[in-house]
Design a protein around this ligand. Sequence first.
Ligand code: SF4
Ligand code: SF4
Length: 537
Amino acid sequence: MAQQKPDPAQLAAVDFTPPRRGWRDLPVQFRKGTYNYATPRRHVEALGLPNPRDWQPHDADWNLPSDWKRIILDGMKERLERYRSFRLFMDICVRCGACADKCHFYLGSGDPRNTPVLRAELLRSVYRRYFTAAGRMFGPLAGARDLTEDVLKEWFYYFYQCTECRRCSVFCPYGIDTAEITMIGRELLSLVGCTIQWVVEPAANCYRTGNHLGIQPHGFKDSLEFAADELEELTGIRIDIPIDRKGAEVLLVVPSADYFGTPHYYTLLGYLMVLHEACVDYTFSAFASEGGNFGLFASHELMKRLNGKIYSEARRLGVKWILGGECGHMWRVIHQYMDTMNGPADFLEVPVSPVTGTRFDHAASTKMVHVCEFTADLIAHGKLSLDRSRNDHWNVTFHDSCNPARAMGLYEEPRLILRSVLNHFHEMAEDTIRERTLCCGSGAGLGTDENFEMRMRGGRPRAMAVHDVRTRHGTNCVACICAIDKATLPPLLEYWVPGVDVAGVHELVGNALVMTGERPRTTDLRGEPLGEGGGRA
Ligand code: SF4
Ligand code: SF4
């Protein structure tokens, strides 16, 4: 059922007064608009995950398995032994508070349990109780507490109010990564069947059809053919979009939203134009028709299972290397986990641009290159003819999506591209971009309707930075390279900064790209008039 949207003025009045009672004495209230719905039984069963049932977080009885406590503590023990970082993060926090005001959910809600230090403490207090001598002997005096159903509910509420963005880790003097703690927290919850629909349903869809949206292979093919038709109408050029073509040089993997969502679709058009113009010998895969990986938001095991199809398709199709589209968490998985989870991909070659000869040595291990790296290299070598004035109806700023930015350091390539295709480009404030970028507030599986209030609260710091650049420079568009951002920034900006649109970097490339043999263009990829003013104020 659609919920009434809260008034922005009401959400903006954040109360940062700490509660009078200690956080341990405050049971979680599952208030509508601030939490996510549980996964229906059928999706849990589809993936063979534990404890399938139909339930909701606001139910008094969560129908946990009778031995749920043992399952969680065994799971914790196993992970403490397996992940050195997890044990370290449980032990070394000195509670200095440097991370406290760096989390957008704390800034937007004023809830102390949304400070990264306290979010981690939810798990750490249980760790002390069962895995440290001091905690076992002195209990609360040593900051320890028993694992109870109320504690489990608190974990669920707050680990699904963290977008795993890693901003807090940038400011921690010890390098503690609270996102990793959230990941373990969610993984433990999933052991007893406490997951959210918006994470597990897309993962289950991937199992059924190869992509999060559940699009069947013929639907995937139809979407790409539709894109080819649209491009022909726009440019007069008929492009070929190969699917499952064995022996191609490059496998192209994109987030499914690129061929089924808006404004993502215009990004797809941009890739297709660049690859055609650069004469790249590539293919899509109907099975690896999803670059995104919602397994990252549930468990390492699920992430590994979903990621495996990229390498297996690269092997089946006999390509040399892999090119990946504009996506956020997809790159976190590829950059930080794929090589050790499902690699090494020794059957592939170190990626080399067939156009410029550039060898992408940083991808020597994963064998996978980001489309922004590829296009930036083409532009830097003067291989694309670009007409910036075709984007003069856009006054653009760039949102560094958390994962490509903080997880893989992709800061300069998108900016090189944007400066090459735009006459009007302005950065947001320095402490809100690059490594210190602010999250959209809806990543890590939280981009749903039922938690709309929490999303708007969490995304407010990002929106305020957009508001600032709009006030100073008249910005009317936020460019980004993340499929989740392209879905979640539009409602966020509509709520806090109406009049600002969202576009993929390759959409703007597609507008500016002068293709060989194209007919004069009068509209951009959205069908809006080209040039200054265009169809917008
Ligand atoms: S900044 Fe690091 S050490 Fe300080 S409270 Fe936060 S997590 Fe703990
Ligand atoms: S990872 Fe991001 S959302 Fe999670 S606690 Fe840190 S800053 Fe907050």
